[in-house]
Design a protein. Structure first.
Ligand SMILES: O=C(O)CCC(=O)C(=O)O
Ligand SMILES: [Fe+2]
Length: 222
């Protein structure tokens, strides 16, 4: 029997990987449209919609460990960490492993781990401007966002605004969260936000981490 889906060998083409590494060096961020396979986006979107409709998601919070708490005034998405339970998740994560290898070879970033979650933003939800590295611990080094919603409407809102790393008042890019688009940026230096969405918004947010355990104290991932 031949598999009917998910046969594409790579998630990000060699050309995309090169462009991405160059953009990270030159400006600290990268955005590409139509870079994630359409069929994979469709399958992942279906998986996330199913979770959203069957109580499979948790309200997202801010902070880690004992400092983790809900703040709907800061972020309004519901999430589920990827755990390799489906072929689609495994294909996405395999693509991120390739990206990790590229970034380590090209930029010597020493990335050693990747964590990612599905994110569902219901209508009205947003995520206030922030940077992704937790204070005092620069363990998240590179952030990724893969967008999954097909046919994003022109008036749908929900764009991710990327601000200039050196001039954080200045908008550098506005990303429409359309299926196939992939964004990547330096976690500690690139402020960004999700504008209020008018329609349900589906994505996978992920982070490459460096081992940041200090003095034998385990640095928890989440
Ligand atoms: O979904 C996005 O566009 C960005 C999400 C984000 O900033 C985050 O989860 O940290
Ligand atoms: Fe973020």
């Amino acid at each position: 029997m031949t598999p009917t889906t998910l046969t594409s060998p790579t998630l990000l083409s060699p050309a995309t990987l090169n462009a991405l590494a160059d953009a990270l060096v030159e400006q600290g961020w990268y955005v590409g449209q139509n870079v994630i396979d359409a069929e994979l986006c469709h399958t992942l979107h279906h998986e996330l919609s199913h979770l959203a409709h069957h109580n499979g998601l948790s309200e997202a919070g801010i902070g880690r460990g004992s400092e983790h708490h809900l703040r709907k005034d800061i972020r309004g998405d519901a999430i589920r960490w990827l755990n390799r339970e489906s072929a689609a998740q495994r294909q996405y994560l395999a693509g991120m492993a390739e990206l990790q290898q590229t970034l380590n070879q090209a930029l010597f970033l020493g990335l050693f781990e990747y964590e990612a979650h599905f994110a569902h933003y219901p209508p009205g939800a947003f995520y206030q401007r922030h940077v992704d590295s937790f204070r005092g611990r620069a363990n998240r080094v590179v952030s990724t966002v893969g967008y999954l919603t097909p046919s994003w409407p022109a008036d749908g809102g929900g764009e991710m605004v990327i601000y200039h790393p050196e001039n954080s008042e200045q908008e550098a890019a506005r990303v429409t969260p359309e299926a196939g688009t992939f964004a990547c940026f330096l976690s500690a230096t690139v402020p960004h936000e999700v504008l209020p969405t008018r329609v349900a918004r589906a994505s996978i947010a992920g982070w490459f981490r460096r081992n940041a355990s200090l003095g034998g104290i385990l640095d928890p991932a989440r």
